[in-house]
Design a protein around this ligand. Sequence first.
Ligand SMILES: [Zn+2]
Length: 736
Amino acid sequence: MEHRPYIPGFRPADTGPLSRFLPALEDGVISAWLARQTLTGNWLLDPFGFSPRLVLEAARSGYRVLVTANNPITRFLLETFANPPAESDFIAALADLGAVKKGDERLEGHLQSLYLTPCEKCGQQIQAQAFLWRKGEDVPYGRIYECKHCSDSGERVATEEDIENAKKIAATDTLHRSRAFERVVSLNDEDRVYAEEAIQHYLPRPLYVLTTVINRLDSLNLSPDRKRALTALILLACDAGNTLWAHPAERPRPKQLSTPNQFRENNIWMILEQGISLFAETGGSVAYESWPKKLPESGGICIYEGRLRDLTNEVKKEIPIAAVIASFPRPNQAFWTFSALWAGWLWGKEAVEPYKNALRRRRYDWAWNTTALHAMFNHLNELLAGGVPVFGLLPEPEPLFLTSALSAAQTAGFSLQSVALRTEHDPMQIVWRSAQKIDVAEAGNEVVSDAIHEFLSARGEPAGYLHVHTAGLIALAEADALKQAEFEFDEILRRTQALFESTLKEDERFVHYSTGEGVDTGLWGLSMNDSDAYQESLSDRVEVAIVTFLQKNSNAIYIEIENDLYPRFPGLLTPSKGLIYAVLNSYAEKDGAHWKLREEDVASVRRDEMNSIFNLLEAIGKRLDYQTRQEDKLFLWEENGKPARSFYVLASALVGRSLESADESTVIVIPGGRAALAAYKQLRDPSLAVRLKKYKVVKYRLLRALLEVPILTRETFEEQVASDPVEQSKGQLMMF
Ligand SMILES: [Zn+2]
C-alpha cells in the first residue's frame, strides 16, 4: 500500500445550518482529490448523502453526483444548499410569518413576548437570548441577554418574572405536546412511545413556539421558494429548541439523546431571524434533480430518496460511476431520532414512514455500524465496475470507527489503497478500490480453457466432465470471476455453463471421447497433436506408487494404501477405488484384509523373469535367423544391420512409457498378470487404446509357448503375435 499525502482544506466546516450534527469536513479537500484523479466520465456517487457540503463541492467541480439519502433532513439540507432560496425570500417568508395575527397581536410580537426579561442594569424589558436550566427542574435558573438600551450583557440569575413566565407556558403544555407527536405518528401507532420520548427533549416554551410556527407553515399561502425558505428556518428552530445544548459548552457535537445537567433554552424567534444569514452563506446554486431525471454534462446533484440497494440495478445499467465519494456516518442516535421527529413536524407522517426505524432504534454500537457499512459496500460492489476509487472521509476518527470501516470494506471485497491520518480531530482520508471484475463471458474463456488444459496435462489422461468443470471453475474463482454480482445468480449459472460449453467445443486442444452430444457426457482429453497429451498418465503414476508402497509394506490393508496415495495425488488427481483395485488385483493378492505382492511380482523375481524373457527373445530371434542384441529394456532383432523387430519388455503395465519410443517394428511384451490392468487403462483412456492399436502387445507366456513350437517361421511368428489378445481379464472390472 502506498501512503498518499493528506489533502489539506482551507477552513474548518463547523459552521452553518445543523453543523453540530453534520460531519465537520474542511472545504477544498474533495475538489483537490478529484483534481488529482484521472477518471473515466464525470459521474460520482455518494452512498451516504451525509455531508451536503461534500456533495456540493464535488458538483461545483464539474461532476455529476448521484446521492442516495434516506434521511429526509439531510436530503432537505442538500436541496436547500444546492438551490438556496434568495435571501429576499427568507426575509419575506419570515415577515409573512411574523405578520400573522394571533388574537389581537402579530405572531412575531406574541412569540417575542415569551422571551421578555428585565435588564438587570436598566430595568427595561428586553429579549433574552437564552434561558438556562438544570436538568429535572421545572423553572430556569438563569438567562443570557444583551441589552440594546444599556449594553449590559451576559449570564444573569433568573428573575421571579422569568420563573412565572416559564410556569405559565408549562400549564398549557399537555395540549401542545400531544399535537407535536400527532404530527409524527398516529395515536394508535406502536412507535408513539418513541416519538413521545424524543419530544421529552423539548421544554414547554420552545415546543409551544415550534408547534405554533409549524401550524402557520401549513396555513400561510407562500410561494414554493418562500415556503422552502421558511421550512429551512423552522428546521434550524427545531434543532435550537431541544435540550441538547449543554451550558457551558464550546462546540458540542451530541451523539446521544440525553439532556445535559445544565443547558440552554434558546430564543426560537431569534434563531429564525439569525437563520437567514446562515443559509445565505451556503453559496450559489448547482443543477439539482431527483432520480431518475438526468443531469447536464456540466455537473450537478441527482438525489435518490431511498437506499442504495434499491438503486443498484438501475445505476448499473445507466450510469457509469467513475468514483465514490463518502463521508462515513458514525452512529448518531440524537440526530437520527430528531431527523424522524423533525420530518414529521415539517412534512407530516408520510415523510417519517420510510425513516421510522431511526425513531425506534435506541442503541447503536460499532458492530451495528459495521454491519450497516458492510451492506453498503456490498451494494457498492454490485453496482461499480472493477477498480473504481472510493474516497472516504472519516470525521472524528477513533479506533473502533476505523476498524468498523476497514473491515466492512475489506469483507465486501474492496482493497485498501491509502490511509492518511493527521490528528483525531481531523477527518481521516482513506482510499479504496472496488474489486477487479472479470467478465465470465469474455475473459473467462481463456481462463477456463487454460485451466482445463493444465489439469488434463497434469492428469496425462482424459477425464470426465465433473473433473474438467471443477478445474475450470477453480480458475474462475481464483480470478474473482465468480464473486462478481454483475448478474443474478441464475444468470451466473447459465453463463458459466455456456462458457464451459463453448470453451470445450471451440478449443482445438481438447478432444471429446463420447457417444453423446452434451459436453457433460463421456471423457475429455487433449488432442494428440498436443505434446502435453503424452505426459505420464495418472494411472501409470498411481501404479508405480502402489507397487513401491507394497514393496516397502508387505502386509498393508486397503486404507493404508489410500492414506499413502492420496497425499501424493491431491485435489483433482485423487485416484479412484477402481484404479487402485485394478493395480492391486494385478500385482497383489489378498490375505484376509491384507494385501501383499504376488510371489512373481516381488522385484527380484521380476528381474529374473525379465532376464529369462530376454533369453527367450534371443533364442527365438536366432531360430528365425535374426541378429539379436539387447539395448536396455529393448531387445532388437536385426537383419543386415537394420531393425526388423524391437521388443519393449515390461514387468509393469506402464505401456504409455513404451509408446514414447515405439515404431512400426515395436512389440510390447508384458507379463500375463498385467493384461487386465493394461486393458483397464485403455478403458480409462480412449487415446491410449487408439495409440496402442498400432502396435503388437504380447504376453510373456506367448513367447514361452513359441519357443516350444517345433517348426517356427517368421510367418507363424507374426500370426501368433497378432492374435494374442491383451483384453483378457479376470472377473468384473470396476471401471473408474
Ligand atoms: Zn439594560
